[in-house]
Structures are given as C-alpha cells and as structure tokens.
Write a protein that binds this ligand. Sequence first.
Ligand code: NAP
Length: 245
Amino acid sequence: MKVLLLGGTSESRALADRLIDCESLTVVTSLAGRVRDPLLPAGEFRIGGFGGAEGLATWIRDTHITAIVDATHPFAANISRNAEIAAEATHVPLVVLRRPQWAPEPGDTWLTASSTAEAAALVATWADRALLTIGRQGVDEFAHLDQTWFLIRSIDPPSGSLPRNHKLFLERGPFELESEIETMRRFRIDTLVTKNSGGAMTSAKIVAARALGVPVIMIQRPPTSNGPLVAGSVDDVELWLRSLR
Ligand code: NAP
C-alpha cells in the first residue's frame, strides 16, 4: 500500500510518525513549500504544488498511490478540493483528517467573520490594539486600517502590504498559556483576530483571551464538501488504512 499524505499540519506529522513503522505501507507526505524552514515529517516527503487537480491525478497514477489522506489545514481549501477531484478521477480512496473547531464558552465575546475581509471590517469598528494571528496570507486585507495598532504574528513574514501601525512577531507555535497572557498584557491587546483553525498547537491564545476578557474576531472555516469520508483523529485514519488492506 502506498499512501499520499497531504500535509503541512501537526496532525499530518503525527500520522507520518505513526505509519512509518507499519509493514507493507509506504507514506509520502506532500508539503506545499509555503514556509521557508518547514517542520519535516518522518519518512518520505516531497515539496511543491502538483499543478491543479489534473496534475495531482497524474502524480497519483505515476506514483502508484493506493490511498490518499488529506491532512491539510482546514483553511487550505484549494488542495482539499483538488484532492477530492483527483481521488474521484483515479478511483483512489480518500479520507480527510479534520481537527475539531474551537468553540466559544459562556462569557466569551466572539464576533464571527466569514472571510478575512469581513474580519478587517469588524476590526475597523471594534479594535484599537489587535493581535493578528491569521498566518502569512491575508494580512494585506488589514493594510488600510490606520486607526488600529496591530501585533502581527506569523512564522514567515506576511506577503503583501502591512497596516501602518504594527509590530511583527515571527514565531512558530506551540504557544504556552502564560506567554500568551503576558504578550496580550504587554501589548495592551484589546482584540484577538484569528482563524478557527482548531487544534492544540495554537489554542492557548483563545484561553488567554478568555482569561483576560479580550474579545475574539473569529474567521470561520471555508465550507467543506460532503463528499469525502472525514476522520477526527490520527487513530481513525490508521484504522481506515488498515481496513483497506
Ligand atoms: P491552498 O490554498 O489550499 O492551496 C493552494 C495550492 O498550493 C494548491 O492548489 C496546491 O498547488 C498547493 N498545495 C497546497 N497544499 C499542498 C500540499 N500539502 N502539497 C502540495 N501542494 C500543496 O493551500 P494554502 O492555504 O496555501 O496552504 C498551503 C499549505 O500550508 C497546506 O499544506 C496547508 O496544510 C498548510 N497550512 C495552511 C494554513 C492556512 O491557514 N491556510 C495554515 C497552516 C498550514 P497545485 O494546485 O499546484 O497542486
């Protein structure tokens, strides 16, 4: 069995770690190549796009892939759509590993936005000092907001233009609760802007906002297809792969 593992997440690395010792199973993790110094998975990997759904289907055929696991980030909608199309075209079974979303708790103030642009519109009316943790992409949607000061945190420098009043923090998670609280206090953050990525690696900022009573502008996940099978954990994906053997 040869598995294509579409990666770029901590779950994909955990799955690669798990599968590396499985007999009669080879895993190739695929990374987009977005970050300069990616965390590499155990075992075989490749880096770079495939050239759309068609290119992915060709790669799957040429590489004799027999199962596909889409363990990409919940906001990476294009590669997930391509994986679904390519799986159908090649008749290779596909499972999507999807981490649960974060949810508000009683007392939390969450303003939900359906896009980065909508989040920027909310910031304009709401925030004086925002912690912006949406990754490298989409920060330019906030560039026109001259009245808000931003602490922008991402692994690599954001692409495109940045807001006039900002400080850039280039850091990679996981983040601890204490340091998140200390960051929000030190920079007098009054609003957290984030994507509903889910997962434990970066959830401390949500807990810190809760502890400090800081409102959250939460960008909702892009809509998902009802097509592919969805697994909620690395264990479930492993079981699914065993069922295919
Ligand atoms: P995207 O918009 O869904 O994908 C754009 C294009 O990048 C795809 O069409 C594909 O190019 C290529 N691509 C994406 N993921 C790939 C992968 N794992 N292997 C090979 N090619 C890939 O994706 P994105 O939002 O830019 O995210 C890129 C990667 O970063 C993903 O692997 C994702 O798991 C990871 N990531 C994303 C976020 C986020 O917030 N979006 C956060 C953390 C990690 P071709 O069409 O040429 O094949």
